[in-house]
Design a protein around this ligand. Structure first.
Ligand SMILES: Nc1ncnc2c1ncn2[C@@H]1O[C@H](COP(=O)(O)OP(=O)(O)OP(=O)(O)O)[C@@H](O)[C@H]1O
Length: 226
């Protein structure tokens, strides 16, 4: 590894994944490396396997074969998976997966439960992130009363709360209008670059893929750098 390049945070080697007892092979032996501070887009059509690869990297699903290493841990192993989720990973999904009845602040705080940070420290971090993404004035409002863009800003705060080393973002702008999508993507990029987080972002939109440091095309079960 050269001096100027960040540490490898996520690695997949010859990963194969099929569904339906092997009848649908989605990934046919894919390899990928993502380094600290790098924003990598997985760009491909609907159904090409972008979410599948994110799920494997995040330990939400298991590969049929191949190697995975994320922050020095193996997401195929249960103990490592738990550690990854507790300490190293942040997720942002298209439909944000927030708890509608809870407030913005309560949702953002959820990951803090896993790491035992003091309430005071957590409160300061929540406020800092909320200010940065422009949601601080809504901290005591319930998710169900917010717009799509505000919900996604909240999801970004939640994902970044524990200062993850890897952020997995699955079509994070997919449910937003064009302008709001640009804004949310810009926030994600700015915060990830500042905090030197490795980001793997699944998108079918070329305009977002192009704003990442690398574009990895997902097609026919294989990856290629664009
Ligand atoms: N649990 C599952 N069982 C069966 N097939 C599945 C399962 N999950 C995904 N698939 C199939 O695997 C393929 C890849 O799905 P995946 O969600 O990874 O694609 P994607 O590129 O993220 O698509 P999109 O952009 O629409 O989210 C699709 O054909 C999908 O139907």
């Amino acid at each position: 590894m050269s001096e100027s390049r960040g540490e490898v945070i996520a690695m997949a080697r010859e990963v194969v994944k099929s569904y339906d007892k092997g009848r649908i092979t989605v990934l046919r032996g894919v390899s990928l490396e993502v380094r600290a501070g790098e924003l990598v887009s997985l760009w491909g059509a609907s159904g090409s396997g972008k979410s599948t690869l994110l799920h494997l990297l995040g330990g939400l699903d298991l590969p049929d074969s191949g190697d995975l290493k994320v922050c020095g841990l193996d997401p195929r192993l249960e103990a490592d998976r738990l550690e990854l989720r507790r300490r190293h990973l942040g997720y942002v999904f298209q439909l944000h997966n927030l708890i509608p009845d809870l407030t913005v602040e309560e949702n953002v705080r959820v990951p803090a439960l896993a790491v035992g940070r003091s309430p005071k420290e957590t409160a300061a971090r929540v406020r800092q992130l909320a200010e940065e993404v422009g949601i601080a004035h809504r901290l005591d409002h319930r998710i169900q009363d917010l717009s799509g863009g505000e919900r996604q800003r909240t999801a970004i705060c939640r994902a970044l709360l524990n200062a993850p080393r890897l952020l997995l973002a699955d079509e994070p702008t997919g449910s937003l209008d064009e302008q709001t999508g640009e804004t949310v993507f810009g926030l994600l990029k700015t915060l990830a670059e500042r905090e030197k987080i490795a980001v793997v972002l699944a998108t079918h939109e070329r305009r977002f893929a192009e704003q990442c440091h690398r574009i990895v095309r997902v097609r026919n079960g294989l990856l290629s750098e664009v």
